[in-house]
Design a protein around this ligand. Structure first.
Ligand SMILES: Nc1ncnc2c1ncn2[C@@H]1O[C@H](COP(=O)(O)OP(=O)(O)OP(=O)(O)O)[C@@H](O)[C@H]1O
Ligand SMILES: Cc1cn([C@H]2C[C@H](O)[C@@H](COP(=O)(O)O)O2)c(=O)[nH]c1=O
Length: 205
């Protein structure tokens, strides 16, 4: 089963993943993330830091996704493991249309087309939602910011996320990221357990 965690910068994804590691330890999940900790992921981070053109950036994020699926996600799913990813394809569908706006006629359609036929659809996606000003206030001012960490950009990214969630309500669960950390983590851990239990009861096709 593939679970993904999405949300704008500062929504609390890393904090949540760390706590899920403790709350779900008995299920032995594979915790992973995009961009990944590989040379492909490093190339993406370099491209973002250098503000490469948006097509290059989108293709590098997508290449990182392909490598992520090939090296980690598919082998773990084939072995029957629970996989929990901090960011996944919906990050592309929420962030890149903002920077591709005006570059391509329909950025989301183009992004969906370049994922078609090889990407793996998540079983459930938890979307952490909070006002952009709260997310910005949570970001460490001492840390170097990616150019996405800007209120105007994040507002558009969050709007894209909410549209993605509205178009796929069976997969997305919207979570109030202003709730206390422990409440967010326990709610999501319980939902994941329920999903895992019901997938085990479902007969294999
Ligand atoms: N529910 C919460 N309530 C209050 N503060 C929180 C909550 N969740 C996380 N935080 C705090 O907000 C800050 C940002 O959280 P975190 O790094 O987990 O966000 P993130 O979504 O992983 O960010 P990024 O995408 O930029 O890596 C941290 O200082 C964290 O302790
Ligand atoms: C996977 C992915 C990420 N981004 C953006 C979102 C963040 O601003 C950075 C890096 O992510 P982190 O969780 O803060 O480490 O990259 C993106 O624009 N598109 C993507 O597909």
């Amino acid at each position: 089963m593939l679970i993904t965690i999405e949300g704008i910068d500062g929504s609390g994804k890393s904090t949540l993943l760390a706590r899920l590691g403790e709350l779900l330890a008995d299920l032995d999940p594979l915790f992973t993330r995009e961009p990944g900790a590989t040379w492909v992921g490093d190339s993406v981070r370099r491209a973002v830091a250098a503000r490469m053109d948006p097509i290059t950036e989108a293709l590098l994020f997508s290449a990182d996704h392909a490598a992520h699926i090939d090296t980690l996600i598919r082998p773990a799913l084939d072995a029957g493991r629970l996989v929990i990813s901090d960011r996944y394809s919906d990050s592309r569908f929420a962030y890149q249309p903002v920077v591709l706006d005006g570059v391509l006629p329909d950025p989301l359609l183009w992004l969906r087309q370049i994922h078609a036929g090889w990407s793996i659809r998540p079983d459930r996606t938890f979307l952490l939602v909070l006002p952009v000003e709260d997310a910005m206030a949570r970001l460490d001012p001492a840390e170097k910011r990616e150019y996405f960490e800007n209120a105007g950009i994040l507002a558009r990214v969050q709007e894209n996320y909410l549209n993605l969630a509205a178009s796929d309500p069976a997969r997305f669960v919207i979570v109030d990221a202003l709730l206390p950390k422990e409440e967010v983590a326990r709610f999501i851990a319980d939902e994941i357990r329920t999903s895992v239990r019901s997938s085990r009861r479902r007969p294999r096709a």
